[in-house]
Design a protein around this ligand. Structure first.
Ligand SMILES: [Zn+2]
Length: 271
């Protein structure tokens, strides 16, 4: 097994169930968290057929952390900017991409294939958060909105909030064309110099038309937004890992296309 462990994350293998954890969050024994890898069929994508590996994947990961699968809160993510406060695991969360809670025994779960999973923890107010921030969510500042919600709902001081940035498609591989590049320019040019987060790539010939490519640094944009909301630089922990570069370990939409599976981002406050 290739070990992904680096300065900020550890790579674990429990009976073949593989995941990474952030060293910073492991300092707090009252919480449990993980970002899953794709080995041995671990896959959190919802399929319509009954051969779905989904249920089995939830069972496998629940066994590792001693969860009852009923404790797992799974929003129906649709690339929105909606962050909701979760009180119980029964409610269905439609069109929600971020969850926060201070309740124990609720496992907040989002799923990703190249999108950015953001794990939040306020160790003073004992509040957790889990956000699915794809490029559309990043454009709508969902990470920033999650912090605002932690402040408004639980009186969190942003100086205490830790945010861990899970593996996602990074600047090395997040290539877009003019349409998407312009959306990012429009949204963020007042906050940060465009040259800092957009790099001009190659131009290709598409049916006789010249198409210019660009690379966008959504990691930097998320860090910038979190700091703008009051998080300390040292409390923003970047896994430093790209799901496309490491697609042998992670599900990646860019690599596997529509058939791609999903990795899961999970966090819980223990009893
Ligand atoms: Zn990459």
């Amino acid at each position: 097994m290739k070990d992904l462990t680096n300065e900020v994350i550890v790579h674990k293998d429990v009976n073949g169930v593989q995941y990474i954890q952030f060293k910073k969050l492991l300092e707090y024994t009252e919480i449990q968290h993980c970002f899953t890898l794709k080995h041995q069929g671990l896959n959190f994508k919802k399929y319509d057929d009954e051969n779905s590996p989904l249920e089995l994947s939830y069972e496998k990961i629940s066994e590792v952390f001693n969860w009852n699968p009923n404790q797992i809160v799974k929003p129906h993510q649709t690339h929105t900017d909606r962050v909701e406060v979760v009180y119980d695991s029964e409610k269905i969360w439609n069109e929600v991409d971020g969850l926060i809670t201070n309740q124990k025994n609720l496992v907040l779960c989002t799923t990703e294939a190249d999108c950015t999973g953001l794990i939040f923890y306020d160790p003073v107010c004992k509040v957790i958060g889990n956000v699915h921030s794809g490029w559309r969510g990043t454009l709508q500042r969902i990470g920033q909105k999650a912090v605002k919600k932690m402040i408004n709902e639980y009186h969190s001081d942003p100086k205490n909030i830790i945010c861990c940035i899970c593996p996602h498609i990074r600047k090395c591989h997040f290539e877009v064309e003019d349409d998407v590049k312009e959306l990012f320019e429009k949204e963020f040019s007042a906050d940060i110099e465009i040259e800092q987060f957009i790099t001009v790539g190659k131009s290709i010939d598409k049916d006789g038309v010249k198409v210019q490519k660009y690379f966008i640094d959504t990691t930097l944009l998320n860090k910038m937004m979190l700091q703008k909301e009051g998080l300390r630089e040292e409390n923003i922990i970047d896994s430093g890992m790209c799901t496309v570069c490491e697609s042998d370990q992670f599900h990646s939409y860019r690599v596997d296309g529509a058939l791609s599976g999903r990795n899961a981002t999970m966090i819980e406050i223990k009893e």
